[in-house]
Ligand binder design. Structure first.
Ligand code: ASP
Length: 308
């Protein structure tokens, strides 16, 4: 039986406060999210897989300098880039992920290559880059990954650190991109990609590439992609917690996702959000901060994008 498809995407929970958001930038963000939805929708409308749809959606987000992943990745405190990405196929819980990598144009493709070309799930360093080369993935130089906004954020963060005035403004620190999809065959998939947190230490790894923290998919329950304070998401095993509450406690996904973000994440001082889809096609996109770049399209419906 053919069921309808659903695709949800996010461009991170680190949105600019309304007061600082220009109408031009707001329009550019909505337009970028709409392009991403269209790219993923094209795959799903041709009876493509959820796995292919989240790959294309995240690739498109990574190529978009407005969001913190791929081309628009934030800088470490040393002025370098270290990116994390993961992908999970709800059919049989296959997964692939990379952490702390630089130079690969689309980290989500490398995560997928880890899943499809190795027996491993999470890879770092030269071993990960070797897979990218073997798979013929595109590499880019530092200039490609340089964006003035991200550089300015690093400088202001370093200055605030030096002055002892560092706040925890999510707009300056956060960002990540992700996608979750349900295809017409009833399969779920999730993918997440990030530059991490502005001014992070070299070697710091967030929740995005950790299966069960920032990324998760199982056809029996749901697909999840998270964005926010990575350390908090790892400590709460956020994505897996939603799956577990559905499987073991019979809780509806929407309720589980809301509780984890609004209660549990808030209780340990974390900020952020997530997007998730369950096997029946329900979508939830809770966040506990000012906003989250996000969008959703359902089979036969008009796409919707939102920021606040
Ligand atoms: N979760 C990402 C990380 O901790 C950052 C973010 O989504 O804001 O690396």
């Amino acid at each position: 039986m053919t069921k309808g498809f659903v695709l949800a995407i996010h461009g991170g929970a680190g949105v600019l406060p309304r007061a600082e958001m220009s109408p031009e930038r707001e329009a550019a963000c909505h337009a970028a999210l709409a392009r991403v939805l269209a790219a993923g929708e094209t795959v799903l409308a041709r009876d493509g897989t959820a796995l292919d749809a989240v790959t294309v959606a995240v690739e498109t987000l990574e190529n978009e300098p407005l969001f913190n992943a791929g081309r628009g990745a934030v800088f470490t405190r040393d002025g370098t880039h270290e990116m994390d990405a993961a992908i999970m196929d709800g059919r049989g819980r296959r997964a692939g992920a990379v952490a702390g990598i630089a130079g690969v144009r689309n980290p989500v493709h490398l995560a997928r290559a880890v899943m499809e070309r190795t027996d491993h799930v999470l890879m770092v360093g030269d071993g990960a880059l070797e897979i990218a080369r073997d798979a013929g993935l595109a590499f880019e130089d530092d200039a490609y990954f340089f964006t003035q906004d991200r550089w300015d954020s690093l400088q202001s963060t370093l200055k605030m650190q030096a002055d002892g005035t560092l706040d925890d403004d999510p707009a300056r620190r956060h960002g990540t991109v992700g996608a979750v999809a349900l295809d017409r065959a009833g399969n779920l998939a999730a993918a997440t990609s990030t530059g991490g947190m502005t001014a992070k230490r070299r070697g710091r790894i967030g929740d995005s590439p950790i299966i069960g923290a920032g990324t998760f998919a199982d056809d029996a329950t749901c697909a999840v992609s998270a964005t926010g304070d990575g350390e908090a998401y790892i400590r709460l095993s956020v994505a897996h917690e939603i799956d577990a509450r559905m499987r073991l406690a019979g809780q509806p996904m929407t309720e589980a996702a809301r509780q984890i973000i609004l209660n549990d994440l808030t209780a340990i001082g974390g900020s952020g959000g997530l997007i998730c889809i369950d096997r029946a096609g329900a979508v939830a996109m809770p966040f506990n901060c000012e906003g989250m770049y996000r969008g959703c399209v359902k089979d036969g419906d008009k796409p919707v994008t939102a920021i606040y």
